[in-house]
Design a protein around this ligand. Structure first.
Ligand code: NAI
Length: 327
């Protein structure tokens, strides 16, 4: 039998946490033959709720679940973890300035970076979900210099999956038939959902859809605004789809992407596609042997170029704002 993998979920008493931890315990993230030990972190006001989640995990009697650590101590939570899913953060409340929210999250991600750097297992893979996801991941990278930058990523797979869903509905085909959409840039409303290279079977999505107007406006804004549409409908933000996409992200990273398929991940830019180096930016990637590689050589037309640059500009500004919170 395989040794258990230790998976940290921060913010585990929250909405996404509640949807995510049973998925992990059922093997959806790491495979149906991979035992896991869950480490759950939250803050003291949520300690009682966190303990309730732990009770439910016991009650669910998951065969793969070999242990549960539920704690408000970041060091205890981070010790020995092989995978860290960072869902905890400070939400924007009414009347708060962007800078105030950024400042709270910068300080959370700075201190959790140190706890991970000192106490996580070597080669721990990190996925930041909490918003502003790209910039939180960048701060985590800055303050955990001994964690390889290749191991620090943020979630744009939900946006990627949303794009697949929209194309599948539009064409009336199974979502599993749609491949190779791309989310470029920030997990925010400036992200660029790009179908230029997407396919269904051996056909190109733009050729099948034959509606350039929709692809260049309605489709893009629907994906960009989907989070807000979910809040409007549910009075709560997306949780099951976020949790499921976080599992997809880690599973593909660890187990590899299928031949001929790429996915979107927020990763540390090396300057590919003339995206400024040193941002955490969402790119198309393939994964093999536990490592992602940015897909190279895709053609970028003028329309796409503007969109790639616009979301890069927003990330550059966010980075500057985050740094201004540090001084
Ligand atoms: P939530 O408010 O229900 O849960 C957040 C949890 O984090 C709470 O239990 C809170 O006590 C905890 N927390 C706060 N500070 C913490 C800290 N310093 N350490 C550990 N835990 C801490 O929020 P929800 O709906 O679960 O969303 C979580 C985050 O995920 C939000 O930032 C949200 O904006 C983001 N999100 C990102 C998505 C993506 O695609 N990247 C999609 C959906 C949500």
């Amino acid at each position: 039998a395989k040794d258990p993998v230790r998976v940290l979920v921060t913010g585990a008493a929250g909405q996404i946490g509640y949807a995510l931890v049973p998925m992990i315990a059922r093997g959806i993230m790491l495979g149906a033959d991979q035992p896991v030990i869950l480490h759950m972190l939250d803050i003291p006001p949520a300690a009682e709720a966190l303990n309730g989640v732990k009770m439910e995990l016991v009650d669910a009697a998951f065969p793969l679940l070999k242990g549960v650590v539920a704690t408000t101590d970041a060091v205890e939570a981070c010790t020995g973890v092989n995978v860290a899913v960072m869902v905890g953060g400070f939400p924007r409340k009414e009347g708060m300035e962007r800078k105030d929210v950024m400042s709270k999250n910068v300080s959370i991600y700075k201190s959790q970076a140190s706890a991970l750097e000192k106490h996580a297992a070597a080669n721990c893979k990190v996925l930041v979900v909490a918003n502003p996801a790209n910039t939180n991941a960048l701060i985590l990278k800055e303050f955990a210099p001994s964690i390889p930058e290749k191991n620090i990523t943020c979630l744009t797979r939900l946006d990627h999956n949303r794009a697949l869903g929209q194309i599948s509905e539009k064409l009336g085909v199974q979502v599993s038939e749609v491949k190779n959409v791309i989310i470029w840039g920030n997990h925010s409303s400036t992200q660029y959902p790009d179908v230029t290279h997407a396919t269904v079977g051996d056909k190109s999505v733009p050729e099948l859809i034959k509606d350039d107007e929709w692809l260049k406006s309605g489709f893009i804004s629907t994906v960009q605004q989907r989070g807000a549409a979910i809040i409007k409908a549910r009075k709560l933000s997306s949780a099951l789809s976020a949790a499921s996409s976080a599992c997809d992200h880690i599973r593909d990273w660890v187990c590899g992407t299928p031949e001929g398929t790429w996915v979107s991940m927020g990763v540390y830019s090396d300057g590919s596609y003339n995206v400024p180096a040193g941002l955490i930016y969402s790119f198309p990637v393939t994964c093999r042997n536990g490592e992602w590689t940015i897909v190279q050589g895709l053609s970028i037309d003028e329309f796409s170029r503007k969109k790639l640059d616009l979301t890069a500009e927003e990330l550059t500004e966010e980075k500057a704002l985050a740094y201004s919170c540090l001084s």
